[in-house]
Ligand binder design. Sequence first.
Ligand SMILES: Nc1ncnc2c1ncn2[C@@H]1O[C@H](COP(=O)(O)OP(=O)(O)OP(=O)(O)O)[C@@H](O)[C@H]1O
Ligand SMILES: [Mg+2]
Length: 453
Amino acid sequence: MKFLIVDDEKNIRKTLKIILSDYECSITESDNISDAKTLIDNEIFDVAIIDIRLPDGSGLEILKYLKSLSSETVVLIITAFSSTETAIDAMKAGAYDYITKPFNLDEIRIIIKNIVEKISLQKKIKNLEHYQDAYQNIIGKSLVMRKVFNMIDKIAPFDTNVIIIGESGTGKELVAKAIHNKSRRSYKPYITINCASFPSELLESELFGYTKGAFTGAYTSKRGLIEEANNGTLFLDEIAEMPISLQAKLLRFLEEKKIRPLGSNNEVPVDVRIIAATNRDFLDLLKKGDFREDLYFRLATFEIKLPSLSERKEDIPLLIDHFVKVLSKKFNKEIIKIDPVFIDTIMQMELRGNVRELKNIIEREIILSEDGCLRFTPPHPLEVSYKLPFIEIPDSGLNLEEYLTEIEKNLLEKALLKANGVKTKAAELLGLTFREFRYKLSKYKKFTEKENE
Ligand SMILES: Nc1ncnc2c1ncn2[C@@H]1O[C@H](COP(=O)(O)OP(=O)(O)OP(=O)(O)O)[C@@H](O)[C@H]1O
Ligand SMILES: [Mg+2]
């Protein structure tokens, strides 16, 4: 527990320190407002014991400063016995309690004991919430997902590196965060960087940092993200996009656990756990030589493969429920009912964007819904993911017009067949009006009639 004592009287600070020596805590001291504010800027204190009368102003200023930072620091005010009005002001401004000078030691002991107990309890509750939060957002009870959860639980407490592999939108970022949350590093930094969003040199300076003047434009020195993540976790998203040259540098870091910022001669020891993710096929990358094998083996002490949504269809209703709850709250729209057709349609769709696509569809339908019922609005034709037939262009080439005509003809026939010959229904199946359908059909009829002539 961290205490801050602000009082200009050395003896009072000493007395307080003696009382606090009963507890396992760190104590920082200050005798004026301005230094106290700097300390507060740099550290989060659990408790601040502040004298009202300070050489550079009223201690209430520190209290107000803490509150303006919406800090959770518990503030105990020290006031002269005579000035109860200030004590009331302090309580109004959010102080936890006040003690009066001259000190009644027993009274102070009790107040401090209460504060310490209150904070320990709060910390325990927070820890518990934090633990539950760790998973809160990853939905799934299918066997494949249960295996994923099990794996997260197993590997989280250890400092091993992890690679998460999965198609786009399968929840790689969520899993990475869950591993961090469940690890002993959970209260330390969690830094993420997307390797695909920086050009090569920039990615290097982002990761390793640089000193002033290291390259044109380096006007100040900057700590790299690896160092920022010290004692915590660094999530390298889309790791496959990391240029080969930088892969070598990352590997060296993993082996030596030290980094040297660009332009610096000094090596800085850093302790980070690396979690990497990709939606690419690693075997393929390794085969093509686009990814260093030695780095891969360093990173992939454990590999978590996230299933695509089509491999866990039984989770879809759960996910729908979850997103309806979360998103209807977000958009402040009440959804009372979900059209069963909605669920059926989603179950049958090929969601290549996985959970993200599902979430987007639900978001759209919540926004569109006017009567509290969630139903399916047929998507814009471009959004439908069609399974295209495998087409190989012959060496001699092909005639696109003729080819497309053939496909169109084929689809008209299939629609007619599916609609049992009912043309209005067939037209609907292809998103055409009856007239358009009839016209197209007559065009092909002519062809076939001509062919038969
Ligand atoms: N199992 C899940 N439960 C709840 N929400 C999920 C789940 N999986 C993914 N999501 C949600 O879907 C969206 C995409 O997830 P995330 O960003 O983790 O995917 P990703 O695998 O990193 O995708 P990409 O490769 O495109 O970066 C997020 O909004 C996330 O909250
Ligand atoms: Mg991602």
